[in-house]
Design a protein around this ligand. Structure first.
Ligand code: AMP
Ligand code: MG
Length: 531
């Protein structure tokens, strides 16, 4: 350990201080019983180079721009140096993968450096992803490639700026070392550039952490983890007790619902909603084969591994989150045998989901509030209209904001306003136009009942309907260039996505429909878990 110039970082490692550690300190793959984590150091890399960093995340940690440009920053966030005060460890967790209990999984390529407390008293855990093997790496190498690291880095920050609860990303660093990956698991492995992302969140505890201890009958460890989570991240719920365990479940259910409503609002499809990828804080976590809905299709999944069952398709995410919460409740059942009470706590999920979905849909449509008497039909009509021909959901809502409701507009002008959202103009038949127009008129009539002035409504709609999202092909273009050693697109994409609701001169291309070439290209429409 050498001393760093970034002496401002204060560490307070509550997780490792409070919870039992794996007594084995050697770094080899194994089952770890009776412990919440294993201490393990990142593996140093030969030639770290900074691709990008997120200034807002640095600010959360009280790091200055000079700190971020320093050699010490590069060394520590590449995994080449551990600073005094850090206590690196990998967490022990399990999970359900694609609906099946998978046993121990754990941080196979994530290493928590420690918990830093900033000047405002906020606690942030710093976690390196791709920094080498841990006891939980199973058959894999503990590494990450540049391609998937660019995706994780950009999407974490894009989601934050969209207002979606998420883990953050501080830095993206290439290692100078090749990593072998068989991208489509079809016997064609190739060497790709390796990279490390530093993720930042209050904690990285997943549903699967609780599940594993419950499954193993490690009841006291489970209780210790629940109590630690309550004390550290949910102090407002009160001192640990059966009642606060139930309050925690209700709170996690509500937060998860809140997160899913945001995903549905912006068209985000996580792609691998396994219970080990569900944060106890209700944050979007583990950006792997995620994707963004372009043409509206509730059945779309970006993940090739999920192509058969489409378990994690866009329209199914609310049900999957519920299924995952039921697994969390099953784990807590060991501590709270009262099933009706657990069910009552879980009810926070449908309640929050229904209420917030209505508010969200009303906002997306520029309505003052959701009126169940009329607006269920209006929304169903919208989904039908969006499904008539390939229609870009993001562009559609921005165009809709432009349509006058309080002044006369011709049918031709209405359709012309919406038409940039259509992928194939030639496919839009007269019959489709008639149906879309009928919906637009029904929507106008509904807005007129509110009487909101057009400019006011447009402003409100544009605050919830993003102009710029991390379209799958935009991420891929940034990756293609980054793989040649040119990081300018990664940085520019981050720059644009920092203000996703605001029109930015010269950045029109970032708001454009997916180009035809991207339709079937790997990385743009299909992604595997290989990362
Ligand atoms: P995921 O579904 O990508 O979140 O990963 C599932 C499990 O596989 C987790 O325990 C990960 O830590 C582990 N894992 C994924 N990729 C790697 C890798 N390259 N090396 C070691 N473990 C990995
Ligand atoms: Mg994971």
């Amino acid at each position: 350990m050498s001393h760093s110039p970034l002496i401002g970082l204060q560490f307070d490692n509550a997780f490792t201080r409070t919870l039992p550690a794996d007594p084995v300190s050697d770094n080899y793959r194994r089952q770890v019983a009776g412990a919440a984590y294993s201490r393990v150091h990142p593996t140093p890399v030969v030639a770290p180079s900074l691709v990008a960093h997120a200034a807002e995340v640095a600010a959360l940690l009280d790091l200055t721009p000079a700190d971020c440009a320093s050699p010490a920053f590069l060394r520590v966030f590449a995994g080449n140096e551990v600073w005094p005060g850090m206590d690196p460890y990998a967490m022990c967790y399990g999970g359900h993968q694609f609906g099946h209990w998978a046993g121990q999984l754990g941080d196979g390529r994530a290493i928590n450096l420690g918990e830093t407390v900033n000047r405002a008293g906020q606690r942030w855990t710093l976690q390196l992803k791709g920094a080498g093997p841990t006891p939980y790496s199973r058959m894999a190498d503990g590494l990450a490639v540049l391609r998937s690291s660019v995706r994780e880095f950009l999407c974490s920050e894009a989601m934050h700026h969209l207002g979606v609860p998420t883990t953050r990303a501080l830095s993206l660093i290439t290692t100078g070392e090749p990593v072998m990956r068989d991208m489509f698991y079809d016997g064609h492995p190739k060497a790709e550039p390796g990279a490390v992302v530093c993720r930042v969140a209050p904690n990285f505890i997943r549903f699967g952490n609780f599940q594993l201890f419950a499954a193993r009958g490690e009841t006291e460890l489970l209780r210790a983890l629940v109590d630690h989570t309550l004390r550290t991240d949910f102090p407002q719920l009160g001192a640990p007790s059966t009642d606060t365990y139930l309050a925690l479940l209700a709170e996690v259910a509500a937060r998860t619902a809140h997160m899913i409503v945001h995903w549905m609002r912006v068209g985000f499809v996580h792609g691998v909603m396994n219970t080990d990828n569900m944060s106890i804080l209700g944050l979007t976590i583990d950006y792997g084969p995620y994707g963004w809905l372009e043409n509206f299709d509730p059945d779309w999944t970006p993940n090739t591994t999920d192509a058969e069952g489409r378990r994690y398709r866009y329209g199914h995410q609310p049900q999957i989150a519920w299924w995952n919460l039921v697994q969390l409740a099953n784990a807590l059942h060991t501590l709270v045998p009262d099933v009706p009470a657990l069910e009552a706590a879980l009810a926070a999920y449908p309640q929050t989901y229904e209420a917030e979905t209505q508010t969200m849909l009303a906002a997306k449509l520029g309505l003052r509030e959701f009126n169940p008497a009329t607006d269920h039909d209006l929304v169903n009509g919208l989904y039908a209209a969006l499904s008539l021909t390939e229609t870009d959901m993001t562009i559609f809502h921005r165009r809709l904001a432009e349509l006058p409701c309080m002044a006369e507009v011709s049918p031709e002008a209405m359709l012309a306003t919406i038409s940039p959202a259509w992928y194939t103009a030639a496919a839009v038949t007269d019959a489709i136009k008639t149906d879309v127009l009928a919906w637009l008129k029904a929507w106008q009539a509904r807005v007129q009942l509110d009487g909101t002035p057009d400019a006011t409504r447009r402003h409100a709609m544009n605050a919830v309907n993003p102009l710029y999202v991390l379209r799958n092909y935009l991420a891929q273009e940034a990756i293609d260039l980054a793989e040649t050693g040119d990081y300018s697109r990664v940085r520019e994409t981050l720059e644009v996505l920092r203000q996703p609701y605001t029109e930015q001169a010269g950045r029109e291309a970032y708001a454009a429909r997916r180009p035809e070439w991207a339709r079937q290209r790997a990385g743009c429409s299909m992604l595997s878990c290989s990362s």
